[in-house]
Design a binder for this molecule. Structure first.
Ligand SMILES: NC(=O)c1ccc[n+]([C@@H]2O[C@H](COP(=O)([O-])OP(=O)(O)OC[C@H]3O[C@@H](n4cnc5c(N)ncnc54)[C@H](OP(=O)(O)O)[C@@H]3O)[C@@H](O)[C@H]2O)c1
Length: 252
């Protein structure tokens, strides 16, 4: 029986790094790299013969596609990385119903359903990693639905880490601050945007896999996100949001 790792959002900055790192793990035979972009998925397959591309839109029937694959292969699932995510900064008023729905579905519904789909195929020692965000530490105006979706994923993750412990399954919630990937706009009005505490996707993947192997329920990469987590705990949300409102002028 193949020992499988599933990585969603494998074509993106952080997801690709997860795939590259997991390829080096001796206890994983196959990596199902999930994404929508066929060209990028094909490129990923060149990284290692272990990588199998799975074309799936998690805002549509993507979870069914993965569930059917699992049904037909009946693999030993050693790892699920719920990494796919979507969201953009801007007024909620302008976002429109479709973007709001896609954000909730990809960031909340799909990871929750995927966990229930993989659990019957996970045994002791299996790992689940959920990529939330430092934006789950406080409410973020102009990033409202995204940050709310990441709170959902964080709370789901932490609760399941307790529930699944007796079964020997580790659940780790990953909360990075700004990460240098295609998700972040690079310029505003022709000028380069500087993101405070920007870190590389390599750091996120390396720390997350290390924290997961140590059985940690939280992984917060970079000193900026660590500080921000602490600051958000001791500061009234109204004050943190006031400061955020000043900071976002740089980004939108
Ligand atoms: N970058 C940051 O500053 C930052 C900070 C904190 C947390 N995060 C989180 O980190 C995760 C990875 O993001 P990233 O920074 O690597 O961004 P990215 O480069 O934009 O990657 C996003 C990934 O999600 C996938 N995706 C989006 N919508 C999808 C859908 N409907 N169905 C299937 N896959 C979909 C994309 O695949 P396609 O090829 O199909 O588009 C892509 O692989 C996300 O959950 C994000 O919220 C990012």
């Amino acid at each position: 029986m193949s020992r499988v790792a599933i990585v969603t959002g494998a074509t993106g900055g952080i997801g690709k790094k997860f795939v590259e790192r997991i390829c080096l793990m001796e206890d994983i035979d196959v990596i199902w790299a999930v994404g929508r972009n066929k060209e990028k998925l094909d490129e990923l397959c060149e990284v290692s013969p272990k990588v199998v591309s799975v074309e799936a839109d998690l805002a549509a029937d993507g979870v069914d596609v993965i569930a059917d694959l699992i049904d037909s292969h009946k693999p030993d699932i050693r790892m699920l990385v719920n990494n796919a995510g979507t969201g953009s900064m801007g007024p909620y008023y302008d976002m429109g119903r479709d973007k709001v729905a896609a954000c909730c579905t990809v960031n909340c519904t799909a990871p929750s359903e995927l966990i229930s789909v993989v659990l019957p195929y996970m045994r002791e020692g299996a790992k689940i990693l959920n990529i939330s965000s430092a934006s789950s530490f406080q409410p973020n105006p102009y990033l409202a639905v995204y940050s709310a979706s990441k709170v959902y994923l964080k709370n789901l993750s932490r609760a399941l880490s307790v529930e699944l412990k007796p079964r020997g399954i580790t659940v780790t919630c990953v909360c990075p601050g700004w990460v240098d990937t295609g998700m972040l706009p690079k310029t505003k009005d022709g000028k380069e945007i500087r993101y405070s505490g920007l870190i590389s996707p390599d750091l996120v993947a390396d720390k997350a896999l290390c924290d997961s192997s140590r059985g940690k329920d939280m992984s917060v990469p970079g000193s900026f996100a660590k500080y921000f987590r602490f600051y958000s705990k001791i500061t009234p949300a109204s004050l943190v949001m006031k400061q955020w409102m000043k900071a976002i002028r740089r980004y939108i």
